[in-house]
Each structure stands twice: as structure tokens, then as C-alpha cells.
Design a protein. Structure first.
Length: 136
């Protein structure tokens, strides 16, 4: 159920042997994202439950989700980039059908993130799902 863009990340991870390289790749994905406009960093877009500052801003056009995000932590910014690859461009019903835990498990992220980062990632996934459900 994952997007083609997410499948590319899965393939990239298969070629990266150790977790240092995988973390660097996630960070590089975050660095490649456009910064979120400061005007969008407001309480309504802030994600609670993350140790670092996180904002997610979504738009829905024609029933399709697109979102951008920002974080003050490099690895979290990379995780936002991974979630964008997982969800962006999907119809709202498909967003709700994605088993994010299983998809991210294909990357091994569940086993290699700290408990605090895992909680933040879950909070970001929940926010994306809430946005999709509210607009479906």
C-alpha cells in the first residue's frame, strides 16, 4: 500500500549495510526538504508528543493528501521526509489504510529509534491520520 516514493527508500535501505549509513540517509532526506514557511509554524500545525519541535502542514486537493513539515532536530526532519514519501500523493482513504508501523518496520526503524523518537514518530503518524480522517 506504500507509495512508489516510499518503495525507493526501502530499496535504498537494502543497499545500506549499517545503521550509521541509514541514519545519514534519513538525515540527508530531511536536508533535501524545503523549509516550512515560518508563517506555518503555529500552534495548529505543531505536533504534541515529540521531544523536539515538529510542525506538519497539510493540504488536500481533489481528495489527495500532501503535507510538508519541519523540525529543529535533524533526524526528526528526516523522519518527516520518510513520512512524506509514505503518504504524500495518496488519496485520503489510502492514507487511512496504510499500516505505517508495518511499512516503517520494513526499514527497521522500529528497532533502531530511541523510545522518545519512536513516540514522536507515532505522534506524527497519528497527526497525518487525523488530518486524513477529518477531510475524508
Amino acid at each position: 500500500m506504500a507509495s512508489a516514493a516510499f518503495e525507493e527508500i526501502v530499496e535504498d535501505f537494502e543497499f545500506l549495510d549499517d545503521w550509521e549509513d541509514r541514519y545519514r540517509h534519513v538525515i540527508d532526506l530531511g536536508k533535501a526538504m524545503e523549509p516550512l514557511d515560518d508563517a506555518l509554524k503555529v500552534p495548529a500545525t505543531k505536533v504534541d508528543g515529540c521531544a523536539s519541535q515538529v510542525w506538519l502542514h497539510a493540504t488536500i486537493e481533489g481528495g489527495v493528501l500532501q503535507f510538508d513539515g519541519e523540525s529543529d532536530a535533524m533526524i526528526v526532519r528526516g523522519l518527516i521526509a520518510v513520512l512524506r514519501k509514505l503518504y504524500n500523493g495518496l488519496p485520503l482513504a489510502d492514507v487511512l489504510a496504510v499500516d505505517a508501523r508495518a511499512e516503517l518496520g520494513r526499514l527497521g526503524l522500529n528497532d533502531h529509534l530511541s523510545a522518545q523518537r519512536s513516540n514522536g514518530l507515532r505522534a506524527m503518524i497519528e497527526r497525518v491520520r487525523e488530518i486524513a480522517a477529518a477531510n475524508a
